[in-house]
Design a protein. Structure first.
Length: 340
């Protein structure tokens, strides 16, 4: 075996000895290398982006703290479109929707054709139930990227705004997806599939679970799709499937609650229930109950406290008005009415 060799180390005998002559070509090469180095602000923003991706995959609020610290390290003079975009994403995740929208306004001033910003604007409007704003954001997507995004958001708003048209919205979106076919961008297809699955639930279709499974097959880190699928399995009393879907994701409040409910139906789950009770108690003490829907479901389906569950379901409804939010609120109202 040959010995590994490295660069020759030169030890000058005096301060006057020349070790290396820095030519003009060396200087030009160094300038090129330095041009690729990130600024401190760019590094902070890149790390904030990674933290936000971590939160999307895990729903662990620790990642939001990481993103917040990184963005706080950016000097105001270095605020860029990317800075405002990721701060909007952070604020959206914290349910600070008005502040997130204000950041998106700044992105629009700097980059009017920023596709991510427009998608986020649509998502925020849809989540809070402002369907007029969602429609406007959807129309602005036209021509920015892929027509499948536009078809998905149009039909999604239609199904949410006019429930009697949910079945027609489902069929129209499915047709648009078939037309896109193999040429569809994978991210656009995943987005459209998630919209189709939600519309299927609203329409009361039997294939909703299959569609959420499809979404999850495209992105195993999609905690939202996993929770939607697990909730449908729970409603179908397929407790083994719920546990299989959620067992490796118990740091996510919504998935842990679903796991605990399913486990209790199988005569187990008390250890997890104790952990969740402690987790929610600590969040209440800190004033940081981020996942109000999960807490309301815990109160309703595990603690059997329907009036407390209704209080939290109503608080959640102030922030979020998606299909699962509406379903939980209705269940809590029925249970609390029977409890009076």
């Amino acid at each position: 075996m040959h010995a590994l060799t490295g660069p020759v180390v030169v030890h000058p005998n005096s301060d006057e000895q020349i070790v290396f002559t820095f030519s003009k070509q060396n200087a030009a090469d160094t300038a090129v290398i330095n041009s690729f180095e990130s600024t401190a602000a760019e590094q902070h923003i890149a790390r904030a982006k990674q933290a936000l991706l971590g939160f999307q995959a895990s729903a662990n609020p620790r990642f939001l703290g990481d993103a917040q610290r990184e963005l706080a390290g950016v000097a105001e003079v270095d605020y860029s479109a990317d800075f405002y975009l990721y701060r909007a994403s952070l604020r959206q995740s914290l349910h600070q929707f008005s502040q997130a929208s204000a950041d998106l306004d700044l992105v629009a001033q700097m980059q009017p054709d920023n596709f991510q910003a427009q998608m986020m604007r649509f998502t925020i409007a849809f989540v809070i139930g402002d369907y007029s704003a969602a429609e406007l954001a959807c129309e602005k997507l036209q021509g920015l990227n892929n027509d499948l995004y536009v078809a998905a958001c149009r039909q999604h708003v239609r199904a949410a705004q006019r429930p009697s048209e949910a079945e027609s919205a489902y069929l129209d979106l499915k047709s648009a997806m078939a037309s896109a076919g193999a040429l569809a961008d994978r991210q656009a297809l995943a987005w459209a599939a998630g919209s189709l699955a939600d519309i299927a639930e609203r329409a009361g279709r039997d294939d909703a679970a299959q569609l959420w499974q499809w979404v999850l097959s495209m992105n195993a880190n999609d905690a939202y799709a996993r929770a939607r699928l697990a909730a449908l399995k729970l409603a179908a009393e397929d407790y083994a499937a719920v546990i299989a879907l959620t067992a490796d994701h118990l740091t996510v409040d919504s998935l842990a609650v679903l796991n605990a409910i399913a486990a209790r139906h199988q005569g187990d789950g008390e250890a997890l229930i104790s952990q969740l009770r402690e987790r929610f108690s600590e969040a209440l003490w800190r004033g940081e109950v981020l996942h109000k829907r999960a807490y309301a479901q815990f109160l309703l389906d595990i603690d059997d406290r329907p009036r407390a569950a209704l209080t939290w379901a109503e608080r959640n409804w102030q922030d979020q008005r998606e299909w699962p939010d509406a379903q939980l609120l209705a269940r809590a109202q029925r249970a609390a009415g029977a409890d009076l």
